[in-house]
Design a protein around this ligand. Structure first.
Ligand SMILES: *Cc1c(COP(=O)(O)O)cnc(C)c1O
Length: 226
């Protein structure tokens, strides 16, 4: 009941056109089923094996988004079913996703993760690296992936001005890439930014996909993980 209430409370704050990805990492399949029964269809996880195990026991029309660090040797595990791999941070990763998608006769949407935070630990392209990759154009040969947008994480800080500035920068990069490289594509349309603590700032800065976990499912318990 609580999950359902949380979902409707959050959905009510999202403007039309903003998609909610429910971040279910660490939570059991039963809780995901509860959100599913309340109408949620997009779920996001950051561990390939965990997501794969859940995908096998949950309804087949769930759209699974991978939001973790993409390790090349694990892509084949999710290639048969994943809808979107957010957080692609190199051309090599894109090429490997394409190769694995082709093996399974599938098409996988990828978002380019841009490093917008001041923290060292966040993965992704710098905007310059991303621009260089797009300019080079090899990605146009990859027929089993679609570049569907950008993804970013702001610095974990109470400084709202800084967080808003980082989200606005992500939006600015999106607009630039859209105009320069994807003007002819309807697929490049997603700006994935904003988590439980900062999604309202992200949406105000132009994000149209938020990734929310703890505000839906409650705090995560990592104590049984190694
Ligand atoms: C865990 C996670 C989220 C959700 O975080 P909450 O604070 O629980 O909403 C969003 N994005 C990524 C990449 C995550 O790893």
């Amino acid at each position: 009941m609580e999950i359902k209430d949380n979902l409707s409370r959050i959905s009510a704050t999202l403007p039309a056109g903003v998609t909610l990805a429910a971040v279910s990492k660490t939570h059991p399949a039963e809780m995901i089923q509860e959100a599913y029964d309340a109408g949620q269809r997009i779920f996001a996880e950051n561990k390939v094996q965990e997501m794969t195990a859940k995908s096998k026991v949950l309804p087949q029309d769930i759209e699974w988004h991978f939001i973790g660090h993409v390790q090349r040797n694990k892509i084949h595990l999710m290639a048969p079913y994943v809808s979107v791999i957010q957080g692609v941070g190199s051309f090599e990763a894109l090429a490997e996703i394409d190769r694995q998608a082709a093996r399974f006769n599938r098409h996988i949407t990828c978002y380019l993760q841009l490093h917008i935070a001041q923290e060292e630990t966040k993965f992704g392209f710098t905007p310059d690296e991303c621009r260089a990759m797009l300019e080079k154009g090899e990605w146009r040969q990859l027929k089993n992936i679609t570049i569907g947008g950008v993804m970013g994480m702001a610095t974990n800080t109470d400084n709202e001005q800084q967080v808003s500035g980082e989200f606005s920068y992500l939006k600015k990069c999106f607009d630039e890439f859209k105009e320069r490289y994807f003007n002819d594509s309807e697929d490049f349309r997603t700006i994935s930014a904003g988590m439980s603590g900062d999604y309202e700032l992200a949406v105000r800065a132009g994000s149209n996909m938020v990734r929310i976990g703890s505000s839906i499912f409650g705090a995560r318990d990592y104590s049984n993980q190694h």
